[in-house]
Design a protein around this ligand. Structure first.
Ligand code: ZN
Ligand code: ZN
Length: 138
């Protein structure tokens, strides 16, 4: 006889909480809270779950936090409706790929220029495409 079993990681949405002022971008956002877990299934019926982890993602800039598991469980059971900052550990700061305006000051482009012909570029060139001199950073 065959056993059909599989191990999957699964994700369960818990809900959204907020509004909160985002610690990453300073705007109002909400936390989208979800749980991930490993699941062993036998004949497609889940029999064992383990490795539960809770995460909170902000809706404003998609910063990702790992949520304290006890707080996650309380949120799931509806015993707690707010997330306190000390229950969160930042995993990924959001917004960097979308290039939001608020971030511009941290991310000044490096301007390179050619001392020979005055060519300027924000591209990551080492040498001047016009005359071949080594570019200098401003
Ligand atoms: Zn944010
Ligand atoms: Zn040049």
């Amino acid at each position: 006889m065959f056993f059909i079993f599989g191990v999957n990681s699964d994700r369960k949405e818990i809900g959204s909480f907020g509004p909160v002022i985002c610690g990453c971008c300073g705007r109002y956002g909400r936390y989208q809270v979800y749980m991930t877990y490993m699941c062993l299934s036998l004949f497609f019926i889940p029999v064992l779950k383990w490795g539960r982890k809770y995460y909170a993602e902000t809706s404003c800039c998609q910063s990702l936090y790992e949520l304290d598991p006890q707080a996650g469980r309380r949120l799931q059971r509806g015993e707690q409706t707010e997330i306190r900052p000390e229950e969160l550990a930042l995993i990924r700061r959001g917004g960097s790929s979308s290039g939001n305006a608020w971030q511009g000051w941290t991310d000044q482009p490096v301007v390179r220029y050619c001392p020979a012909c005055g060519y300027e570029t924000e591209e990551d060139f080492e040498y001047c495409p016009r005359c071949g001199r080594k570019l200098e950073k401003r």
